[in-house]
Write a protein that binds this ligand. Structure first.
Ligand code: NOJ
Ligand code: CA
Length: 712
């Protein structure tokens, strides 16, 4: 190691690029400063360039930036090879194996300001971040831009959504980088707040495929005290440059040394499955920060929710506008007859959850303020502690506890975040007092403080503050409309899930999510962490609720089952109305059986935008589950059960698209096949257009081995 450092030092003094390899030699990183003193790097996979010479640096306000006139003064090299156990996740163990190169740069100027670029080179890719050590001439500083470049070798195909400071609730485009136009197709008004800022801007995670079959994913890890990173595309040179989300004053980040940025990440493989299997984002996050974690529980839940999106129920109790939180006499408002969160309705949901083994029941619209919650950019909308007169918090808490289930709290902030922060402690104390241990938060609308964005530094810090405060109260979080996750659930495992993408709800009231949508999400949004996508819709056409409506879920019913496996989350909703589960008990059995926490995950087949097949083994159990999904094309998927335990027999239950199933023409038909399988058995899964397949593999009892036939 010493010898190596000496060698590197000599190389740098001589002005050459220094090369480093990943632990198995697969990736090579070159680092150097160019003639202008700009820090540069290059990345190759085997012999294939992934990132060509790209510059690094940050731009500062009222002083020269940290981007040029640098010399390398020092380099540290460390190898790490460790394994750790996530509290919950897709696998029981995670290996963290990398070579780290920390390059200290000093600027040629009287102040001699220093910056460190820390690279972690994995066999699957690269992470790097900027660090600003304590030093005489850098204390408080304001970042106004970041120069991180990712220069690509060609006009790669990209699965992208528009760069936007406030929302990620778009469906994906697939085009060459040169054809990206962020404003294209943005005439529809179904997203609450959109702030697209340039035609050539896209969001991260950005998934790409090169002409010669390289899959490249660019993202970030451990986003703390900094704005989210989007990318600007040079559409002639195919160079991507970081674009940070500004604040109300046009600045990006206010920092004080010592400080560091999030990691910028590049994950790369010739096999798309490796992108989904990568744990690099989690590895780049800090270990768990919570002393006690036994109160954190992965879970399935139902809720008084889809009815509001389908239009049969309302969040608000009364049909009146112009409510004032402080003075409105809620008990005098006349109920509109469609209020979802009534005591009676909630009892029905509690009964159902207890009967079918769900842990939680989300109830939205339980608290006063929904009459004019949206669109007014109003500060005082909700207080998070006052129930509507027709919702009996105390009685329902008792009723739920008696049945061994829990209500899940809902805090829609309507993006009035100042209001929420003022009331947060009281709101969490109220939850504890009434037996709630999980909350779905929400940020629909334009942010207050006015001028801030959902993905800027101020809000990034807010989401973390909420998660930390929640942890102090032993409360789990599911955040809707936050910045997209960057693996922080390793550090804060009470942050079970986020929305931060276009969820199933869009199918209820907009042009919806195209059949390929769920095959893209794992390669993009899910790279940073679990999503509360809310699968499990069985009544797929909305004309059932709104005669004449053409809105619909763009999948078959069986594909909704498969999503429980293909869209990983420790928090999964069975999102449909309970009436619909009562109508279709056979496929509902899969939702009841499927696990939400896993010991093992096998990515069997995957191509972004086309298909995904995944098998997972439930945590502390011998049960396996398989989910297979396809886009708008039918597909046959062959799965060899080589992962089952040798010598053991399993009962396989196959939930398959029915005869002539088709997401648009005939979505609600299925067939179920059951039989014995063992290690090495082959399953042939026929997926309809926009369809899927779901399989449970449960160890067979002696009785089942006697009575069931081999699956054919
Ligand atoms: C948007 C969330 O995504 C949705 O799930 C929720 O029902 C509404 N906001 C109301 O809070
Ligand atoms: Ca949403």
């Amino acid at each position: 190691m010493k010898k190596m450092m000496l060698l590197l030092f000599l190389l740098w003094v001589g002005g050459f690029a220094s090369e480093f390899s990943s632990p198995n030699g697969r990736m090579t990183l070159s680092v150097f400063v160019n003639a202008a003193g700009e820090p540069c790097y290059r990345l190759t996979l085997g012999e294939t360039p992934v990132i060509t010479t790209s510059r690094l640096g940050v731009v500062l306000k009222d002083q020269a930036g940290l981007a040029d006139r640098f010399a390398i003064v020092h380099t540290d090299f460390v190898q790490t090879n460790e394994t750790w156990q996530p509290l919950w996740g897709e696998t029981r163990q995670i290996r963290n194996h990398y070579n780290e190169i920390a390059v200290t740069l000093q600027r040629d100027e009287p102040e001699q300001r220093r910056m460190i670029v820390r690279f972690r080179l994995y066999d699957e890719g690269l992470g790097f971040r900027y660090e600003f050590p304590s030093q005489p001439h850098l204390g408080y500083f304001t970042v106004t831009g970041e120069k991180s470049e990712f220069c690509l070798t060609g006009d790669h195909t990209a699965w992208w959504i528009p760069g936007d400071y406030d929302t990620n609730e778009y469906d994906y485009w697939k085009t060459a980088l040169s054809r990206v136009d962020a404003f294209r197709g943005q005439s529809y008004g179904e997203i609450a707040v959109k702030t697209i800022f340039a035609p050539n801007a896209v969001q991260t995670p950005l998934m790409m495929k090169s002409g010669d079959g390289l899959y490249i994913n660019i993202f970030e890890a451990a986003l703390i005290n900094y704005p989210a990173m989007h990318l600007l595309i040079d559409q002639q040179k195919f160079a991507l440059t970081a674009q940070l989300v500004p604040d109300a004053c046009g600045n990006m980040a206010y920092l004080q040394t010592p400080e560091k940025t999030p990691w910028r990440t590049i994950i790369v493989s010739r096999d798309a499955r490796d992108i989904l299997a990568s744990k690099m984002i989690l590895n780049l996050n800090e270990p768990c920060a919570l002393a006690e974690t036994d109160w954190i529980k992965p879970q399935k839940y139902i809720g008084i929710w889809w009815g509001m999106h389908a239009g049969t129920m309302s969040w608000n109790m009364a049909d009146t506008g112009n409510i004032k939180l402080a003075t409105t006499e809620w008990s005098k408002l006349r109920p509109n007859g469609r209020h979802g969160a009534t005591t009676e309705n909630t009892k029905r949901y509690i009964d159902f959850a207890a009967r079918h083994g769900f842990d939680g029941i989300l109830v939205e619209g339980w608290n006063v303020g929904w009459e004019d919650w949206f669109g007014n950019w109003k500060e005082e909308v909700f207080d998070f502690v006052t129930p509507y007169p027709d919702f009996d918090v105390v009685g329902l808490q008792k009723y739920a506890a008696e049945q061994g289930v829990r209500l899940i709290m809902h805090h829609e902030t309507s993006a009035s975040v100042t209001n929420y922060e003022r009331r947060l402690k009281e709101a969490f104390a109220f939850m504890k007092q009434h037996g709630y241990n999980a909350v779905k938060t929400g940020y629909v609308g334009r942010i207050i403080p006015r001028g801030e964005h959902h993905d800027g530094q101020w809000m990034v810090n807010h989401y973390v503050r909420v998660v930390e405060e929640a942890a102090r109260h032993q409360i789990m979080i599911n955040a809707h409309e936050p910045v997209r996750p960057t693996g922080l659930h390793r550090t804060y495992p009470n942050w079970l899930a986020c929305e931060a993408a276009r969820g199933n709800e869009y199918n209820a009231w907009s042009k919806g999510n195209p059949p390929e949508h769920e095959t893209i999400l794992p390669f993009t949004r899910l790279m940073g962490g679990p999503m509360d996508y809310t699968p499990g819709i069985f009544q797929l056409t909305m004309d059932h609720y709104r005669p004449g409506s053409r809105e619909r879920v763009h999948t078959t019913l069986v594909k909704q089952l498969a999503l429980y496996v293909t869209l990983y989350s420790p928090l999964q909703m069975a999102a449909d109305l309970i009436e619909n589960y009562e109508r279709f008990p056979e496929p509902f059995q899969f939702i009841k059986d499927v696990a939400v926490d896993w010991d093992e995950t096998r990515i069997i087949a995957a191509e972004p935008g086309d298909y995904i097949t995944i098998a997972r083994k439930a945590r502390h159990s011998d049960n396996w589950f398989i989910g297979a999904i396809t886009d708008e094309h039918p597909r046959v998927e062959a799965v060899k059960l080589d992962f089952l335990d040798p010598g053991k027999k399993y009962v396989a239950t196959l939930y398959l698209d029915g005869k002539n199933a088709h997401w648009e023409r005939n979505p609600m038909v299925w067939q179920i096949r059951k039989g014995l399988v063992e290690q090495g058995s082959m399953l042939k899964l026929d997926l309809a257009a926009g369809g899927g397949a779901a399989v449970s593999l449960l160890p067979a009892t002696a009785e089942e081995i006697r009575t069931l036939k081999k699956l054919k």
